[in-house]
Design a protein around this ligand. Structure first.
Ligand SMILES: CC1=C(CCC(=O)O)c2cc3nc(cc4[nH]c(cc5[nH]c(cc1n2)c(C)c5CCC(=O)O)c(CCC(=O)O)c4C)C(CCC(=O)O)=C3C
Ligand SMILES: [Fe+2]
Length: 325
């Protein structure tokens, strides 16, 4: 067991009011070649929620849920918005923290989901400050699987007046990423998708289901000429010949903007157009099994960091890609 004297929840961050939206988005996409039009479109998603992402309230709730089980003080910091990780780590140093476990709110391999959190840790660490130890990927952890299985069962119950259990297709979703990023994930490639498939299998097993299911993608970003993982969830719902669907967002740990907008607004609208009964399972959130999982990860032997060759950063693109001719 490692000798942590604190736990740091390291997350994405999100805006907390209309004026935060554009500066937040600029932090997210700095140097990543996301077209301006996409940014303005996503800004509208946030503005339709009063400029407030649900993610910060969810992280505050997770921190509160973790306090009684972590056994050490719990801190929270973000990559893209206040409280910024760098400020939190300075506060940890002032409090005398020497070695903290870092729980990144992202379960899988990949540049955005894993490597970028190592980069954050390197950026916010400083000489004489606390040592920061990133906990492992957890998509296959029984605590995460139990939380997702419970929430899927609840979605199936909400569907029961409209569809028999066996008529409901489970459609698992995760954030799309560029195909090149997916191929480069993990020490020997393809790990992002492989881990997601494994989690979907484990959730099916926990529910005792043997029916066919799908893994599809959502929230595509980037310039249109760059291939991202497909199919998109909305296209999939249109193509799928199902009597009813339960959407299961295993790619995320809380009901943040990608979930409440891209699934509960966009995908919901597609299902309504199709007359397709559909329910979305809640993400892990503060399910007790998920909260307990964090403590169990802290009690494991100190994890070996991912090799530096794993999940490399994508080639940086200019902020405004030159027009195609
Ligand atoms: C794999 C993955 C996760 C899951 C793992 C994890 O959780 O870490 C994730 C989570 C999240 N992504 C989020 C928000 C955004 N992601 C963007 C853009 C991008 N995401 C990417 C990937 C992922 N993203 C990628 C490859 C890009 C392209 C630009 C780049 O290479 O970085 C953009 C820019 C606008 C757009 O184009 O969408 C925004 C605003 C929020 C916060 C939501 C809230 O505020 O509630 C969360 C939790
Ligand atoms: Fe994202």
């Amino acid at each position: 067991m490692a000798d942590y004297d604190a736990l740091l929840v390291l997350s994405f961050g999100g805006p907390e009011g209309p004026d935060d939206v554009m500066p937040f988005l600029e932090n997210v996409v700095r140097g990543r070649g996301v077209p301006r039009e996409r940014l303005l479109e996503v800004a509208e998603h946030y503005q339709s929620f009063g400029g407030v992402s649900p993610i910060n309230a969810q992280n505050r709730a997770l921190v509160e849920a973790l306090r009684p089980v972590a056994g050490v003080p719990v801190y929270w910091g973000n990559r893209n918005w206040r409280p910024f990780g760098e400020d939190t780590v300075r506060r940890m140093a002032d409090d005398g923290v020497r070695k903290a476990a870092v729980f990144a709110t992202s379960a899988y391999a990949g540049y955005s989901s894993c490597r970028q959190y190592y980069e954050d840790i390197a950026r916010i660490s400083f000489e004489g400050g606390p040592e920061l130890v990133k906990l492992r990927h957890f998509g296959d952890h029984p605590g995460f699987v139990e939380a997702m299985a419970d929430h899927t069962r609840q979605a199936l119950e909400r569907l029961q007046d409209r569809a028999g259990q066996d008529d409901v297709r489970l459609v698992f979703t995760a954030h799309s990423i560029p195909v090149s990023m997916a191929e480069a994930s993990g020490p020997s490639g393809g790990l992002y998708e492989a881990q997601l498939r494994r989690t979907a299998e484990l959730v099916n097993e926990a529910l005792g289901r043997t029916a066919p299911w799908d893994l599809v993608w959502q929230s595509r970003s980037g310039p249109p000429q760059v291939p991202w993982l497909e199919p998109d969830v909305c296209d999939h719902l249109r193509a799928l010949d199902a009597k009813a669907v339960a959407l299961v967002p295993i790619g995320f740990v809380s009901d943040h903007m990608e979930v409440v907008y891209d699934l509960d607004t966009e995908a919901r609208q597609v299902a309504e157009e199709l007359g397709l009964p559909m329910e979305r399972a809640a993400t892990a959130g503060i399910h007790p099994a998920f909260v307990r999982m964090v403590r169990e990860l802290m009690d494991e032997p100190e994890p070996v960091p991912c090799p530096l060759t794993c999940c490399p950063a994508p080639r940086r693109r200019p902020a405004q890609a030159p027009a195609q001719v």
